[in-house]
Write a new protein. Structure first.
Length: 207
């Protein structure tokens, strides 16, 4: 692309760094902002800057939060004895959209993937074990992507929880193997959560 303005080019280049945004889409976004009133663009910039400067992660579940403890963990109406283990924050958003889960979460920050250099030590697994030991958690439900890495992570953590008095389940296979939770329609995801099964039964049926 040839730009008549260095300011325009710089803005387009920055937008194009966002995932899934190419140069043409970036140009369209920038041109849209140019047409807006100055105060609209300023609010947009302040929202992005404020988010980056003030946002934090929940010290309990590692979800994105505006304070030390997120609004899910601090909500007394949520079932504290039920914890859903997910790979990332996008999965929390996907599950919350189903309105079928009233427990709390634990965000691992990834899944075990030796080929990518991601081992158990790089995930929030130890803090999950601590939660099970210190909190009155009755059930852990795994909601990880149905693929080899997800299955490996479920197996690994399940082994660590074997001697602890907690029920271990996983979402039902309404989701195709190799699929991703964040791209699954809400109805299928809701049904998978409602029909969760014991991890042992899941491992036997799949392997």
């Amino acid at each position: 692309m040839v730009f008549s303005s260095a300011l325009l080019e710089n803005a387009v280049n920055e937008f194009a760094k966002l995932p899934g945004v190419g140069k043409k889409t970036a140009l369209r976004l920038v041109l849209h902002l140019i047409k807006q009133d100055k105060d609209v663009v300023e609010r947009f910039g302040e929202a992005i800057t404020g988010m980056r400067e003030k946002i934090c992660f929940c010290k309990v579940c590692h979800n994105i939060s505006d304070s030390e403890v997120c609004n899910i963990c601090s909500n007394p109406l949520r079932k504290s004895s039920l914890v859903c283990v997910v790979e990332n924050i996008r999965d929390v958003i996907a599950i919350e959209a189903t309105q079928q889960f009233n427990g709390r979460y634990h965000v691992l920050g990834g899944i075990i993937s030796p080929l990518d250099g991601i081992g158990p030590d790089k995930l929030y697994i130890d803090s999950l074990i601590v939660r099970v030991k210190e909190e009155e958690i009755e059930e852990i439900v795994f909601a990880l992507n149905p693929n080899i890495q997800g299955d490996t992570t479920v197996f690994y953590i399940s082994k660590m929880l074997t001697d602890l008095p907690v029920k271990i389940t996983t979402i039902a296979r309404g989701i195709a193997f190799g699929g991703e939770l964040e791209y699954t329609d809400e109805h299928t995801l809701a049904r998978s959560i409602a029909n969760r099964i014991p991890v042992g039964q899941y491992v036997i049926s799949e392997h």
